[in-house]
Ligand binder design. Sequence first.
Ligand code: ZN
Ligand code: CU
Length: 480
Amino acid sequence: MAEHGIVIKGGWVIDGTGRDRYRADVAIDDDRIAAIGDLADATADTVIDASGRVVAPGFIDVHTHDDRMLRDASDMTPKVSQGVTTVVAGNCGISLAPFVATERPMEPLDLVGDTSAYRYPTFAAFVDELTRQQPSTNAALLVGHGTLRVSTMDDTQRPATDDEIEVMRGKVGEAMDSGAVGLSTGLEYPPARMSETQEIIRLAEVAGEKGGIYATHMRNYAADARSSMDEAMQIGREARLPVIVSHFHCHTDDNPGICSEALDWYEAAREEQDVIVDAYPYEASSTSILPEFVMKRTKALVTWSKPHPEMNGKYLHEIAEEWDTDVIDAAKRLAPGGAIYFGRDEENVKRLMTHQGVIIGSDGIPMNPHPHPRLWGTFPRVLGHYARDLDLMTMEDAIHRMTGLSAERFGLADRGSVAKGAYADLVVFDPAAIADTATFMEPEQPAAGIDHVFVNGVPVWQAGRHTGAGPGRIVGRRQA
Ligand code: ZN
Ligand code: CU
């Protein structure tokens, strides 16, 4: 009988800690890394030649909206094809549970699914169903404040009452006890806009008491970004839990200087408390079509529209022209729907991608007729475009902020590193070839240069194809 299940031979190990690569063979037994070193004499059921390749921890996508994909398209191809082995879902205040929808859910809950998608009276019921679906990646789950409000309040366009806050605190507790890793908010969005800071503190307290984190899509990323950040920090301090500021971009059309200032505020906040930010490597964002977003942002590409699906993939200003109207009116007619908003500063994207305190999260929105290319391309784009081609950082540094640092922040024990005894979540890629191929016009393209992806020791992607395996687990703070 062979000594090991799998041995990956002759690769360069980039271990996720940030330290320099080194030559080593890596052995996998069952779901764990069994040995690292010179394993020339070891026997294995499967030997993989990784000469000239990098062997790294599977990437952790810390900001996703993959909740429904985990359940309904559980092969997770947009993710595993780029080397992602764990996703954090439930961001921006949007989680599929706990909520039983009886009519189409309000924006932006509809980004993740429509009425039938929201069918979980408890968070535990959702976790059970995901476990049954056997997704191809691991998942860490956040419970969303927008979902909590919609499922608790008869009218979300006002602050919650004390009674409603108590009910929501109970739901946060149930979610945490069922395996959630924390609470997320989307304070710029309709379900949460009218919530007061105290309401969020009271909910975040429950997550904090149970070892969770607070991830926030802030009230504003433009002119009011400063006060929004102050609010996020206050919530972290008063509820006593770590803060993650989501998709830390700023919208420059309001105030061009604000982007570099925002990084300064972040630097200062880091000195005082436990906070980290995530970002993705593109100059355009993507979210619901909301007239107020159109006013703030410049060019927009329509990705889906419920009333006008024929407009998917067209620019908003072209649609407005075609309809002989202005962009605001066109946006109103296209809603509910989604759009990609251009108008970020490339210099700021570079600053974010190279910053030591920025972890990588795609913010991709799957199961969308015309998704933002970040859904398929985020991680290879950071490594191929920003690290290799532009040479702005080492791959070691970039990988640390996609794996080791991310796992530490989300409390994912024994993940995010190539270490003996760690879970065998691994990606084998060609450092000369790794690249994103998804574009704004052709967004659904698997990355180049990804040779093998393993999740819990099981191959999920090899030679450009999905293996069909579904070894993913719900991971997080409850895991031993
Ligand atoms: Zn968001
Ligand atoms: Cu998001």
